[in-house]
Structure formats: structure tokens, C-alpha cells
Design a protein around this ligand. Structure first.
Ligand code: AR6
Length: 172
């Protein structure tokens, strides 16, 4: 068991050649805008079909905030997508423990699936309205205190310079 090393990069997470890409999904698991829309567009219809099956069989009421579930990655270079639901500030979900849970659970699920490399976006820093500096602090701290059997690389893939700077600052 070891703590994964952290990399920070600017880019489009859908092009990452890692074992698992984390999706900032919503509880429906059926796609949406932002990074979720980009991942479904890049992965193609097989991902949506698998999400529908997972939703129907395991989460008929939707995936709860802070939880994570793994699927294939369709046409993306990655092998898996880990879908997690971040807290939505606009509906009063302001507890940092919920966001910490997204990063911890996603890492745990990827680790259990044997993944060695995992790419994360800035979960909840877009439509769900969290300050990217707070997201970055929670994300970095959660990975730095994690202990994994298989995951040895976590790459935060940020979509804009401001987010990249926030993560660099949090990493110190
Ligand atoms: N690669 C990396 N990061 C990206 C990409 C990309 N291709 N596209 C956007 N981002 P958001 P949330 C960044 O809104 O706040 C969806 O509709 C984006 O700039 O995607 O967790 C879901 O279905 C921002 O920094 O996720 C949910 O309904 C970060 O990813 C809801 O939005 C997260 O922004 C989830 O909202």
C-alpha cells in the first residue's frame, strides 16, 4: 500500500491515456453537460448503454452524492470511467466531507479494479458551483492521505489555467 504520486496538467480529460478517467456525473448517470457531456461524447453509445444498465440494476434511485461506480470507457483511450456525483452548492450541498468522499471513493473503486493511473477533473467546480481553490485543497489532501494497492499515479486534468493554478497552489 502506498500513496499515489500527483501530477497536474492542463487539458481535455477525455484524451488521457490512463487506466481510469473520473467523471463529474450527476445522480442519473445518464449524462449531462460539462465534463460529463464531453466524456459521453468521446466514449460513444456503449458507455451510455452500460450506465443505463448500472442505473437500472444497482441504483434505481440514482447514485448518491459522494459515491462512485466504475464502467468501461467506450472509445476513449482510458480503460474505465469512474462516475462520481459531486455536491451541488446550488441546492445547499456545502459539506466538504461530501466532496472529499467523491475523491476518496473514486480512488478506492479504481484501486479495487486494479487501475494504476487515474485522471480526475475538478469535481463540482463547474455547474455545481464550488470554488476551485476549495476543490483543489480537498482533492490534493484526499489523495495525499490515501493508501492504494494499485493506483500509483493520480493526474488532475484541468480545463483552464485558473483551475490549473489553483491545483498547483494546493499541491505546494
Ligand atoms: N476535461 C477536463 N475538465 C473539464 C472538461 C474536459 N473535457 N470539460 C469541463 N471540464 P462540470 P460539476 C471542467 O460542470 O461542477 C454536468 O452537467 C470544468 O471546466 O463538468 O461537478 C453533470 O451531468 C470544471 O472545472 O462538473 C452534472 O449535472 C470541471 O470540469 C453537473 O454538470 C467540473 O465542471 C456536475 O457539475
Amino acid at each position: 500500500m502506498a500513496t499515489p504520486r500527483i501530477e497536474i496538467t492542463l487539458g481535455d480529460i477525455t484524451t488521457e491515456d490512463v487506466d481510469a478517467v473520473v467523471n463529474a456525473a450527476n445522480s442519473s448517470l445518464l449524462g449531462g453537460g460539462g465534463v460529463d457531456g464531453a466524456i459521453h461524447a468521446a466514449a460513444g453509445p456503449d458507455l451510455l448503454a452500460e450506465c443505463r444498465r448500472v442505473r437500472a440494476s444497482d441504483y434505481p434511485d440514482g447514485l448518491p452524492t459522494g459515491r462512485a461506480v466504475i464502467t468501461g470507457a467506450g472509445r476513449m483511450p482510458a480503460r474505465h470511467v469512474v462516475h462520481t456525483v459531486g455536491p451541488n452548492r446550488h441546492v445547499g450541498q456545502t459539506d466538504p466531507a461530501l466532496l472529499e468522499s467523491c475523491f476518496r471513493e473514486s480512488l478506492r473503486v479504481a484501486d479495487e479494479a486494479g487501475c494504476r493511473s487515474v485522471a480526475f477533473p475538478a469535481i463540482s467546480a463547474g455547474v455545481y458551483g464550488w470554488n476551485v481553490h476549495e476543490v483543489a485543497r480537498i482533492a490534493v489532501r484526499t489523495v495525499q492521505t490515501a493508501s492504494c494497492e494499485n493506483v500509483d499515479l493520480v493526474r488532475f486534468v484541468l480545463f483552464d489555467k485558473r483551475s490549473e493554478d489553483a491545483f498547483q497552489l494546493a499541491l505546494g
